[in-house]
Write a protein that binds this ligand. Sequence first.
Ligand code: AMP
Length: 232
Amino acid sequence: MSLNVIMMGPPGAGKGTQALLFAEKCGLPKISTGDILREAVSEGTSLGLKAKAVIDSGELVDDVTMIGIVRERLLKADVAAGFVLDGFPRTVSQAKALDGIVEELKKDSLIVVAIEVPDEDLLRRMTTRRVCQGCGRNADPVEAKLLSCPKCGGDFSQRTDDNIQVIKERLKVYARDTAPLLDYYNGRQTFCLIDGTQSPGRVSEMLLEAIKAVSRADSAVRTEPGQRIERE
Ligand code: AMP
């Protein structure tokens, strides 16, 4: 059985970090649509040229483009045992298209993890976020004081969309276009909410427990949908 996970949450909730930790733990590919777009921007491809202005404004790249990118990626052989999607879907039409792709490619149920963090924490996290240009990891709070990544030596820098005006716009766009997805997925057996205000290590443990619980529930015992993992 494959493990097909979607990591949801507002910008700055820690989706990327958690998707990476979970993907590494389970030996699955992490597919980040934000990373795919940023790579296209740095390579100067036609997708990158189109995406740059959109990313820097805090808005979303159009659904048709994003659905095409994800469909193509999910056709690759390395997702046979599963995948961790970070940053997709971001709209109800993307979610509907993803359901269609899962059905078309005869994949196992999607496990939907939504990480919850209050807006004031998101603002603080994003304005202080530093990302390694080498390995793409976010610096932890100690590393963020350094100029370069202790793991790969790459330079730490700030994302072009991590400035206060764009962050506010991204939060607005999240509330308008992406938050409705919580209702879209809420009735599913495989939906779980995680308290993302804890340390990354603790969030990662809760997430692992929650994914185990919902996948067990999906394949055998039926439990309450929208299971909530509370802060300790
Ligand atoms: P992220 O790294 O996930 O925060 O994404 C950075 C930016 O890329 C977003 O603010 C959007 O402009 C764009 N983007 C990433 N994923 C998507 C998506 N699924 N749909 C539309 N735009 C996206």
